[in-house]
Design a protein. Sequence first.
Length: 80
Amino acid sequence: MKDLYIQAIFNQYMGARDQARADLETYFSNAVGVGEHSDLGEEIKKKIQEIDKYSSLIATMQSLFGGENSPSVTPPEESS
């Protein structure tokens, strides 16, 4: 059960980081995405800070639980 929570939290952090990266890419490549934000520089800084926050949390989980792409938790055993 603990492993499921660890994996779920890890996946949540990965998703949040990737979403912030996608938002940042939109700011750089799509004029429509930029038009909604009057202070683009401030929005870019916020996204960079958000990416840094989640990257740090991901790195912490990897150091605590091992693995490059996941916290290396064992999958739950299936019930018969």
